[in-house]
Design a protein around this ligand. Sequence first.
Ligand code: CAA
Length: 241
Amino acid sequence: MSRVALVTGGTRGIGGAISVALKEAGYTVAASYAGNDEKANAFKEETGIPVYKWDVGDFDACTAGIAQVEADLGPVEVLVNNAGITKDGMFHKMTAEQWYAVINTNLNSLFNMTRPVWEGMRERGFGRVINISSINGQKGQMGQANYSAAKAGDLGFTKALAQEGARKGITVNAICPGYIGTEMVLAVPQDVLEKAILPQIPTGRLGEPSEIARCVVFLASDDAGFITGSTITANGGQYMG
Ligand code: CAA
């Protein structure tokens, strides 16, 4: 029986590549998404991966959504907390809405999604929780006080929970992508991207979603059983903290 993997924000961008890579590696994959029905349905058609709609910022919605996935496919053994948003702005212009929305979707979601699968993983003695943080949680980023705070929080969550899961066969790890060529990064103003960001990337290019997906496949595997509480940095050499 193949393991069930659930990928949040799993129908587009980095998450879409993760869902596809896990399917190709033999997992039974479910992809959650929050809003874009058209893209999600196209993804389902194209890949055959079932899609589920709920807001990862809402604990009750996560509990219900996970229950549905488990009823359809079986217990979730691999959870990839990938869903995330940006609401960039210099802090002196940042609104409370920009702050709370990003903290809720990018940090509270890790509680909302992991808590409902955690007890089952403990009982079964196996689990993989893989959190997609960001280079900007490691180094901080101007214009992203909200996002950097949430993504740094994701790393603290990873390290704390890794210690709790270790004796139960559950690993909890993070991946910190750098600037990957997705809609999220391409939403950055073109001149900022070209003048301020690309020159800081030693490889001289944006990353590919598949380059993050391969890290996830490795962390999910049995081979990675001794790796927990760690962070894989995949950023083209932009930051080595
Ligand atoms: N790195 C270095 N300098 C930056 C910068 C960056 N990422 N973002 C902005 N700046 C600089 C600008 O070049 C500009 O400098 P000058 O005054 O010398 O020209 C200055 O900061 C002010 O910028 P703006 O004129 O753009 O100010 P604004 O108020 O119109 O917009 C902003 C501010 C919303 C932060 C906008 O600049 C922006 O979107 N910046 C990009 C922020 C960023 O890097 N976001 C990452 C998104 S991708 C992501 O989040 C995925 C991931 O995990 C990596």
